[in-house]
Write a protein that binds this ligand. Structure first.
Ligand SMILES: [Zn+2]
Length: 103
């Protein structure tokens, strides 16, 4: 089950950005990878395409494997496990296992 969604706040668990917290910008379900804001930044050499897109070095976040990130609860200020709760109207919300607040 793919538990992390776009817009979630996650903590990086390994690699050079270990401990960083960022927002999930993109989820690549087929590869089980996520792109996290400010994490795993790589420098890419871009070729000049047009006046609006000049060439040069651009810093972009590369994807990290889902096992290397953990959901982060801003309320507990820590990485956390969460549970899915089904509301009366059948909609699902995810809540922090520790503090019970929705993520
Ligand atoms: Zn919490």
């Amino acid at each position: 089950m793919f538990r992390i969604r776009k817009g979630d706040r996650v903590k990086i668990l390994s690699g050079k950005d270990k401990g960083k917290i960022g927002k999930v910008l993109r989820v690549i379900v087929s590869k089980k990878r996520v792109v996290v804001e400010g994490a795993n930044i790589v420098k890419k050499h871009m070729r000049k395409r047009s006046e609006a897109e000049p060439g040069g070095i651009r810093e972009i976040p590369a994807s990290v494997h889902i096992s290397n990130v953990s959901l982060f609860c801003p309320n507990c200020n820590n990485q956390t496990k969460f549970i899915t709760r089904i509301l009366e109207d059948k909609s699902k919300i995810r809540v922090c296992k520790k503090c019970g607040k929705p993520i």
